[in-house]
Design a protein. Sequence first.
Length: 95
Amino acid sequence: MTDRDSPACETRPWGSFIVLDEGEHYKVKRIEVLPGKRLSYQRHTRRAEHWFVVRGTAKVTLNDVEILVKTGETLDIADRKSTRLNSSHIPLSRM
């Protein structure tokens, strides 16, 4: 596998992510969020997202409403919806 074919991985203060696959109209990432950390509150105007929690419990703020998404559960986020992802006391992994 060449560097060009290697997955893109980045470390951030809240954890890390790796790009597993991407094409013209999609991107698949595995995101690891450290215990007690969270991603910024964000809104995407040109894309929807589908989240699958691989491990842990995600506390998600979706348009100012907090919901819990547990291991094995999914969440669909339409474009123009505001979201924030928080980790619980154990590492969180989502795709």
